[in-house]
Design a protein around this ligand. Structure first.
Ligand code: ADP
Ligand code: MG
Ligand code: ZN
Length: 561
């Protein structure tokens, strides 16, 4: 809401004061610079990293909101080696801890973890290390359960605190505190004890996905009054976003993907995301037939096979992974040049995350999604049980269908970000090809569709999206054909018009459950009655370029009215 937004926007420090923390004249600045190069082997900081590091080294409480893969961990890992004692890191998932500890060990930074599966021996070593003045561990990773449930651990922390050895607390994935977030974890709710007990220790909360209201909630739960909040832009300027229309009736998309991979992405590494495990298998074998080194990846595979595919891809022995969304966690390959979605994601947020695995090295990369009519309803079935599943899916459909606005601006609204028109720089197909889109009047088409649905309903029949398309194109049962006006639009145009009517509320989806499956039907939406008025008009932007996209042939341009 606007009130929570403005509350969060009141900075504890003003802009100028904050800018001071981008400086390199702090007592620790030399050491920070040295560790960046010599320990972490990085040449320079990314936006906001140095500011965050200087703030936390100045003992300020801090919330850092930054997209995944931008380098939040460095903002507590680097300070840990410039401080006395150790940094306590709370992480929700053991697999994330393992990845980090492996990495830290490889660069010679001592780090340990404690979780439910730690051995007694190991736990003992860690506990002893916490109060050792020589600070044998610079980073101690724990799951939130350790704080919530282990009195022994809390008592050791208290000892460490009293000996000034607890230098900093980092709460990773801090949005997990809030019930309003998308990933609430009950044990995070109890982490307020840390700041209440160890009030002098600066806390650093990190997340990729938190609105200002979720952050306010986290603030309360963690008992950090007025932390400084740093928010990095979600705009990934090096990524080119593109939507291609997918013909539901053929595997044109596969050939299209294959030729992209063989030409534009020759010798480059990428991911093709698919809808199902079955498609991971079939699409990868289709690509293999076309001489592309592609392998499937999905949740149901043998764990050894999974890690082998991941490893081989990471070391460029496999060019393309054809994966379900199970391929995501812990993927940190910097030189992914393309992420192609063979099927749309279930929400814009998911799409941003999945496509965002491209171009982490800051060099140009492409994010292409194939938008197919029937895929909408396949995903609908999957998300029908989720509270806002349908709404989120339609937002994704709007991202694909909308030719009025920059793809980036359509994403930005989902991240609470105020969009700056300069932010795209023609790095999306809408901005780049605006001249190839024309506004067309679809009022008469809309009336025909409504008429078909009214007729069906008067005959007590329900129409699936596919049946609706067929009826309108004159391919339905003969009894329908006599009574309705069929269309001369192409199939892709028919689909585009129906999607548009769905997005604008002239049509809506209706579900029906059987013990075996969920059926989807098209119904009249709340705005359908408006079409009864002769003065009501409706238009949409359509692609006029050739290629796989629908053209406006058969549709009258708006200007002729
Ligand atoms: P996040 O937690 O924000 O998702 P990570 O901390 O896991 O991201 O970092 C993602 C990747 O970015 C890591 O491979 C890391 O080494 C790299 N990285 C971090 N900071 C920099 C930097 N300043 N320059 C280049 N790469 C960086
Ligand atoms: Mg992280
Ligand atoms: Zn754009």
């Amino acid at each position: 809401s606007s009130s929570s937004k403005s509350a969060a926007a009141v900075p504890v420090m003003n802009k100028q004061e904050l800018q001071r923390y981008d400086g390199t004249d702090f007592p620790w600045s030399k050491e920070v610079e040295q560790h960046l190069k010599d320990s972490f082997h990085l040449s320079k900081f990314r936006p906001l990293q140095l500011r965050a590091i200087n703030l936390t080294l100045s003992d300020k409480d801090l919330f850092l909101v930054m997209p995944t893969g931008r380098g939040k961990s460095l903002c507590y890992q680097l300070p840990s080696v410039c401080s006395k004692g150790f940094t306590l890191v709370i992480t929700p998932l053991v697999s994330l801890m393992e990845d980090q500890i492996m990495y830290l060990k490889s660069i010679g930074v001592s780090a340990v973890m404690l979780n439910a599966s730690s051995s007694k021996e190991h736990a003992k070593t860690v506990m002893a290390g916490l109060t050792d003045v020589k600070a044998p561990f610079k980073l101690v990773y724990v799951t939130p359960e350790k704080i919530a449930k282990s009195k022994l651990f809390m008592s050791r922390l208290e000892k460490a605190y009293n000996a000034n050895l607890l230098s900093r607390i980092a709460v990773d994935e801090v949005h997990c505190c809030s019930q309003w977030g998308h990933d609430f974890r009950p044990d995070y709710k109890l982490l307020g004890i840390l700041k209440r007990q160890f009030s002098k220790v600066p806390l650093l909360g990190l997340t990729a996905t938190a609105t200002s209201s979720v952050l306010k909630d986290c603030e309360k739960i963690l008992c950090v009054p007025q932390p400084i909040t740093l928010t990095a832009s979600f705009n990934r300027t090096n990524l080119y976003y593109e939507v291609r229309i997918k013909d539901s009736n053929s595997d044109v998309s596969i050939s299209d993907i294959a030729s992209l991979i063989k030409s534009r992405y020759m010798d480059q590494s990428g991911i093709v995301y698919v809808f199902s495990q079955k498609e991971a298998e079939s699409v990868s074998s289709e690509l293999q037939k076309r001489d592309i080194v592609a392998y499937p990846y999905h949740a149901n595979m043998d764990p050894d096979d999974k890690s082998r595919v991941h490893r081989k891809w990471a070391s460029n022995k496999i060019k393309v992974v054809v994966a379900t969304v199970a391929f995501g966690m812990g993927i940190d390959k910097p030189d992914v040049r393309f992420v192609i979605h063979h099927t749309i994601s279930k929400s814009v947020e998911n799409y941003y995350q999945e496509s965002g695995r491209a171009g982490r090295d800051d060099r140009p990369a492409d994010c292409i999604v194939y938008f197919g009519f029937s895929d909408i309803f396949r995903i609908s079935t999957m998300v029908v049980m989720e509270n806002v599943g349908q709404q989120k899916l339609l937002q994704m459909v709007d991202y694909c269908q909308n030719l009025h606005r920059c793809r980036r601006s359509l994403m930005a609204v989902h991240f609470d970000e105020v969009w700056d028109d300069e932010g795209c720089n023609k790095m999306c197909d809408t901005c780049r090809h605006a001249k190839d889109h024309t506004s067309v009047d679809i009022t008469q088409h809309a009336r025909q569709v409504v008429q078909i649905l009214e007729l069906a309903s008067s005959m007590d029949e329900k129409l699936t999206p596919l049946k609706l398309v067929e009826a309108w194109m004159g391919k339905g049962p003969a009894k329908h054909r006599k009574m309705i006006q069929t269309t001369t639009l192409s199939r892709l145009q028919v689909e585009a018009v129906i999607v548009q009517l769905l997005l604008q509320g002239y049509l809506r989806e209706d579900f029906s459950f059987t013990p075996y499956t969920t059926y989807f039907y098209m119904k009249l939406g709340r705005k359908a009655p408006l079409l009864k008025s002769q003065s009501h008009t409706l238009s949409m932007k359509m692609r006029t370029d050739s290629g796989s996209a629908p053209t406006s042939a058969g549709l009258s341009p708006v200007r002729s009215f």
